[in-house]
Design a protein. Structure first.
Length: 322
């Protein structure tokens, strides 16, 4: 009897160590409220409960996180679907396994008042910075189109966000299209000299998680456990919206007032919805029409979606016909 109890104790102790240590996974997120499920799952212990040791790395942009994932520097990238669409013309060795948020547009144009900019039409003839080949470029194009500004009437400068920030601060740029924490940084440095242009209803922002195909094949069970942690985090956000927002703002060091303007508890949602495919097709067509992509073949996006894990966790969250 004593021997049996001893063996049981050793087994339970070993299990507790395994759960505490967990299976390591590195997830790259942007400095934005779209990272909510990751941060809540980490801070509330939902990852640990599922035996996952998640390292959350804050990356300058979702497009950069995707590149890092494709280069095996991250296990999972969090990004808008635009970045994955852009890569899908040349690569098919990755898959999307869940959406983590759907929200209104949080990309904004931050302009310098000292350049005579008071309304969006004043951007004509100005130098505007934007992250190359990423979702802000798509949004900037739509905002200018809605304002009746032809692309040839402005000078677009495409660089990484950190350099764009410095160029806006120094006056090398008249305006920049930014999102999330980059908006906060730009408005802080410009202070009263900043003027913001924003259209929340302009476009739907769908943020997804993706990994290399080989990662799913090597350890499919890991992703079902990650999804369970996210669903627990989603439930926490629904029940504790203010506490969740505060936790994310503090973790990412965002501006509380700016975050409050765009925060909606129902923006976070674990799913694979039919609208995902339509949005990806629209963005692919835009990339072709604008010359961003010159590949001869339109990607088959349904082949870039990993259904198995979420179907195993909660099939009702999958509405994509497959």
């Amino acid at each position: 009897m004593l021997k049996k109890l001893l063996l049981t104790s050793i087994a339970l102790f070993s299990l507790s160590i395994a759960v505490k240590g967990g299976e390591r996974v590195v997830i790259g997120v942007s400095p934005s409220l779209t990272a909510t499920l990751n941060i809540i799952a980490k801070e509330q212990g939902y990852f640990s409960q599922q035996g996952v040791d998640a390292e959350i790395r804050v990356i300058a942009s979702g497009s950069k996180a995707v590149v890092m994932m494709l280069n095996d520097e991250l296990d999972i990238s969090e990004s808008s679907i635009f970045a994955l669409v852009a890569n899908s013309f040349k690569r098919n060795d990755f898959k999307i396994y869940t959406q983590v948020s759907i929200s209104g547009n949080d990309n904004m144009i931050i302009a310098r008042r000292d350049r005579g900019i008071r309304k969006i039409a004043d951007l004509k003839g100005k130098r505007i910075g934007v992250l190359k080949g990423a979702f802000p470029q798509y949004v900037l194009d739509l905002m200018l189109l809605n304002a009746g500004i032809e692309p040839k009437k402005i000078q677009v400068v495409m660089e990484e966000n950190d350099l764009l920030y410095k160029m806006l601060a120094s006056g090398e740029l008249d305006a920049v299209c930014f999102y999330g924490g980059w908006v906060d940084r730009a408005t802080r440095i410009l202070k009263d000299n900043a003027i913001l242009f924003h259209d929340e209803k302009l476009v739907r922002v769908t943020v997804v998680h993706a990994g290399k195909t080989k990662t799913f094949e090597r350890n499919p069970g890991l992703f079902t456990r990650i999804l369970k942690a996210y669903i627990s985090a989603e439930d926490y956000v629904r029940k504790n919206p203010e506490a969740a927002r505060t936790a994310v703002v503090e973790y990412l060091k965002l501006d509380p007032e700016n975050a409050k303007k765009v925060w909606k508890p129902n923006m976070v949602h674990v799913a694979l919805e039919q609208s995902l495919l339509k949005d990806m097709e629209n963005m692919a067509q835009w990339q072709i029409d604008t010359g961003v992509q010159t590949g001869p073949k339109f990607p088959n996006f349904i082949n870039l979606i990993h259904f198995k894990s979420l179907m195993a966790v909660d099939s009702k969250r999958v509405t994509i016909a497959h």
